[in-house]
Write a protein that binds this ligand. Structure first.
Ligand code: SF4
Length: 208
């Protein structure tokens, strides 16, 4: 009975939205990708632009097999699992099913919940409101730090010291502060060239 309950929990997931678009941020910027936004987040960023995602109970539960079938209606090669905070869910069955369907699995996470699933690309975006678990950072392929205030540069450096040597490092202006913050990021990158600029190009080209 307990095993059945666990299986039920992990083979269905609350889905806020899913859509085929271009990845707008980071290393894979500009590539076609199918996004699955899972419901549920306990991080609480004050500037969050997807607050509707926070309450997992507001979003319909999808069977993983149906979700994969939905993705396969497109020619997508990459599936990005985002949220919310997707690692609030056990994602082993989801990534197994996506891999079995020939898809690449990418995740965007704050790293604040334990890592589950098998991933082709892990983006960790650490948030001050609930810090990442130290054991997740060495698995990151990409560290993407949203800069909201100039104090966030030291937050970025603290986490850059915890990732592996091949991890890509990105600084991204918080959207509503971009006019003021982007020049500070440009100056910072010029004096700390291990970092790169990430812009949310999907917001500039007006796609989801
Ligand atoms: S982690 Fe993401 S979804 Fe959660 S509050 Fe922060 S920005 Fe919003």
């Amino acid at each position: 009975m307990v095993i059945e309950e666990i299986k039920t929990l992990t083979t269905t997931l609350p889905v806020m939205e899913h859509f085929y678009t271009l990845q707008g941020e980071g290393f894979h910027q500009g590539k076609a990708a199918y996004f699955i936004r899972l419901g549920g987040c306990d991080v609480g960023c004050v500037w969050c632009d997807v607050k509707d995602s926070w309450d997992a109970g507001k979003h319909p539960l999808w069977k993983i097999e149906n979700l994969v079938a939905e993705v396969k209606k497109n020619v997508a090669e990459i599936v990005v699992i985002t949220g919310g905070e997707p690692l609030m869910h056990e994602l082993t069955f989801l990534t197994s099913a996506l891999h079995a369907a020939g898809l690449k699995t990418h995740i965007e996470t704050s790293g604040s919940s334990p890592l589950s699933g098998s991933w082709d690309w892990i983006t960790v975006s650490p948030k001050k409101f609930k810090a990442p678990l130290p054991e997740i950072l060495p698995h990151a392929n990409e560290l993407k730090v949203v800069i909201f205030h100039k104090s966030d540069f030291s937050w970025a450096e603290k986490h850059a010291a915890m990732v592996n040597a091949s991890c890509r490092l990105y600084l991204q202006p918080e959207w509503d502060k971009a006019t003021d913050i982007t020049p500070l990021i440009i100056d910072y990158i010029k004096s700390h060239p291990k970092w790169q600029l990430s812009l949310q190009i999907h917001k500039y080209i007006n796609v989801p």
